[in-house]
Design a binder for this molecule. Structure first.
Ligand code: FAQ
Length: 311
């Protein structure tokens, strides 16, 4: 019966045996994975927009080519993730509808505007840096298709993080105006980047069950601390100041102590009232509607080919 099946499932998870699409799984496991994976996919495709804002204004041909490749990678990540989520019995159209009708979330970080070129550096350095910290852990997720998708995604995120840090290095070592822009970008992106890891563990609705099922391998607070510990020395190397006056090395615990996130801001952005929420969803809606004829044409062509092959 159900209880026996659930126990056997947990034994499998505990033994680190990957769960594959055709294996039995509890409904709640399937539902939770669809939720997390689809939101992850939506984050990738909405995440293309803040950087897309600077493609036509990149400072050189080389920077433009690099940025274009990065944004295309993000589109690709969205596609792998939608495909991986489809193995759980939901279609990409259904997931996309949930994004557009607001019932599925995407990462809060993509509701902030990109105001100057240094923001592109800060996104690569901090946003991709935070994304990798989270995604390295997800390479060991219990669900096979998700874990395997993460491996390639992490390799690409690593390039994204390096390109962002490279932009920050050039600007931090540049003119006084460039340094000012780099510091301004760090000031605006630091706290939103920390919010990417989600609420504190004690407030996190899904963490304890997701950890038990090994969907998540580390908690929100553990990953956030790991990111801070790795990133503070990188800011020091750039000669930039992290906008947190409580930030201090805690030698006894071998980690940084730091201030508190503005959780009102986090909730506000997650609930749809950030600076760019409406604009982001509107842009995605227009792109989806604008692509309707392409989807119809591709289907009509596939049908025609099938008919030709059958006759
Ligand atoms: N924004 O119980 P928890 C990228 C929601 S990286 C919005 O802790 P969970 C790469 C959460 O969904 C970004 N909502 O939830 C890139 C839940 O709501 P629900 C994407 C947030 O799932 C870089 C509720 O709060 N990465 O795209 C946020 O256990 C540069 C309660 O929270 C991933 O999605 C937030 N920051 O932990 C692209 C990684 N935090 O669903 C372009 C995979 C929490 O009940 C440019 N996801 N919420 O309505 C995860 O690891 C997890 O889902 C967490 C949240 C850690 C995000």
């Amino acid at each position: 019966d159900r209880e026996v099946l659930e126990e056997a499932f947990q034994v499998k998870v505990d033994a680190e045996t990957r769960i594959e699409p055709k294996d039995w799984m509890p409904d709640a496991y399937r539902k939770n994975l669809i939720r997390q994976m689809s939101q992850h996919a939506h984050s990738e495709v909405v995440g293309m927009l803040p950087e897309g804002n600077w493609l036509t204004r990149a400072p050189s041909l080389k920077r433009k080519a690099i940025l274009m490749a990065k944004i295309q990678d993000e589109g690709g990540h969205g596609l792998y993730l939608y495909s991986a989520a489809e193995t759980l019995g939901i279609t990409r159209d259904q997931m996309y509808d949930q994004l557009l009708d607001g019932s599925a979330k995407y990462s809060s970080i993509f509701n902030y505007p990109t105001l100057n070129w240094a923001d592109i550096g800060a996104i690569g350095w901090l946003v991709d840096g935070a994304a990798i910290t989270n995604q390295i852990a997800l390479c060991r997720c219990s669900y096979g298709p998700y874990a395997r998708a993460m491996v390639k995604i992490c390799k690409e995120e690593s390039f994204h993080q390096r390109q962002g840090y490279d932009i920050m290095m050039v600007m931090a070592e540049g003119t006084a105006e460039q340094r000012r822009m780099a510091q301004d970008a760090l000031n605006r992106w630091w706290w939103p980047a920390l919010m990417m890891f989600g609420p504190h563990d004690a407030e996190s609705a899904h963490t304890s069950q997701s950890m038990k099922w090994k969907i998540k391998r580390s908690s929100n607070d553990e990953l956030r601390q790991k990111f801070i510990d790795a990133t503070v020395p990188q800011a020091e190397y750039l000669g930039l100041t992290i906008p947190d006056d409580q930030l201090a090395w805690n030698a006894a615990e071998g980690k940084y102590d730091w201030g508190e996130i503005d959780w009102d801001e986090f909730r506000n952005v997650v609930n749809g009232n950030g600076l760019c929420n409406r604009e982001r969803l509107e842009t995605r809606r227009k792109a989806h509607e604008g692509g309707q004829w392409v989807r119809e044409a591709a289907l009509a062509y596939a049908e025609k080919r099938q008919q030709r092959a059958a006759s």
